[in-house]
Design a protein around this ligand. Structure first.
Ligand SMILES: C[S@@+](CC[C@H](N)C(=O)[O-])C[C@H]1O[C@@H](n2cnc3c(N)ncnc32)[C@H](O)[C@@H]1O
Length: 257
C-alpha cells in the first residue's frame, strides 16, 4: 500500500524538525518513530523529546536489537547494535546451552535476543540499577526471561551456581577518562555507571571474572565485547567482532583460580 499525501506530509514535517535539531540521519529516525508509534499524540511526544536531546530510542520507548524489539526508558542504557555480536557468538559457541545469564542487563536486550535464539533455555538477567530492572521486567514478560536486581553474580539465585552454560555481558567498559567523549544525548540520559569501566575500562570485567569459576558450568563460558585494544590486555579468546570491537570468550577452564 502506498503512503497517502497526509502520511507523506507528517513524515516530511518530522524529518524537518529532526534535521533542524541536528539529528545526523533524520529520515532514518523519522522512519523509526513511525514504525513504533501509531498515534499523532505519541509521535508528537517522541519527536518533541528527541528535539530536546533525548536519545531516539528512549524518546520512542523502544529499541531494535539483534532481531528483537525491546522497551527502553529514559535513564536506562540504550542497547547498542554493536553488542549484537555478543549474542551471535554466544549462540554459535554453545547452541545447546540450557542455562543462560545476561550480566548487567539494562533493559534486557541481550537476554531477549538469547531467548529468541535458544527457545528451550532457562534465561536470567541481572542489573544493579532498579530502574533498569523495572524495564527488564516488561521485556521479560514478552520475551521469556527472568530478571533480578543485584550486583553481577550476587544478584542471581544461588541455585544457578555451577550451572550456567553461557553468560553474556555487555559490561561498562569505557575508560573513566573517555566518558566525557561520549555523545552528549547519551551522557545526559544514561547513568555514568552504565558505561564507566574504571581507569582502563576493564574493572567490571575483572570483578565478573573473579567469581566466574563458581557460577559457570564445567563447559560454561562468558562472552563479552571489548575494544580490540582492551581485548589484548584482558586475555580470553577472540571469537568475532570488527576493526574496532572484539567479541571475547572466557572459557571456565581459563578463569579457574
Ligand atoms: C553497557 S550497559 C549494558 C546494558 C545491556 N546489557 C545492553 O546491552 O543494553 C551496562 C549495564 O551494567 C549495569 N551495571 C553496572 N554495574 C553493575 C553491577 N555491579 N551489577 C550489575 N549490573 C551493573 C548498568 O546498570 C548497565 O545497565
Amino acid at each position: 500500500m502506498s503512503a497517502s499525501g497526509d502520511d507523506r506530509s507528517v513524515e516530511a514535517s518530522i524529518v524537518a524538525r529532526l534535521r533542524a535539531a541536528g539529528c545526523v540521519d533524520p529520515e532514518a529516525e523519522a522512519a523509526f518513530v513511525r514504525r513504533h508509534l501509531h498515534t499523532a499524540h505519541d509521535v508528537e511526544h517522541a519527536v518533541a523529546a528527541r528535539v530536546r536531546g533525548m536519545p531516539l530510542e528512549q524518546a520512542v520507548g523502544a529499541a531494535e536489537f539483534a532481531g528483537v524489539t525491546v522497551a527502553v526508558a529514559d535513564g536506562v542504557f540504550v542497547p547498542r547494535a554493536r553488542a549484537a555480536a555478543v549474542v551471535e557468538v554466544a549462540a554459535r559457541e554453545h547452541p545447546g546451552a540450557r542455562v543462560v545469564v545476561d550480566l548487567g542487563c539494562g533493559a534486557g536486550a541481550l537476554a531477549a535476543a538469547m531467548a529468541a535464539r535458544l527457545p528451550g533455555a532457562e534465561i536470567h538477567a541481572v542489573d544493579i540499577d532498579p530502574a533498569a530492572v523495572v524495564v527488564a521486567r516488561c521485556n521479560a514478560w514478552r520475551h521469556g526471561f527472568t530478571p533480578h536486581h543485584g550486583s553481577w553474580w550476587d544478584g542471581l539465585p544461588t541455585n544457578l551456581r555451577g550451572r550456567i552454560d553461557l553468560a553474556v555481558a555487555y559490561l561498562p567498559h569505557v575508560p573513566s577518562g573517555q566518558v566525557r567523549l561520549l555523545p552528549p544525548d547519551h551522557r545526559a540520559h544514561e547513568p555514568r555507571r552504565t558505561v564507566d569501566g574504571g581507569p582502563d575500562g576493564l574493572a567490571p570485567l575483572r570483578t565478573v571474572l573473579g567469581e566466574a569459576d563458581a557460577w559457570l558450568a564445567p563447559e560454561g563460558r562468558l562472552v563479552t565485547l571489548l575494544t580490540r585494544e582492551q581485548a589484548r590486555t584482558a586475555g580470553g579468546r577472540i571469537a568475532g567482532g570488527d576493526d574496532e570491537d572484539a567479541v571475547v570468550v572466557f572459557d571456565r577452564a581459563a578463569v579457574r583460580r
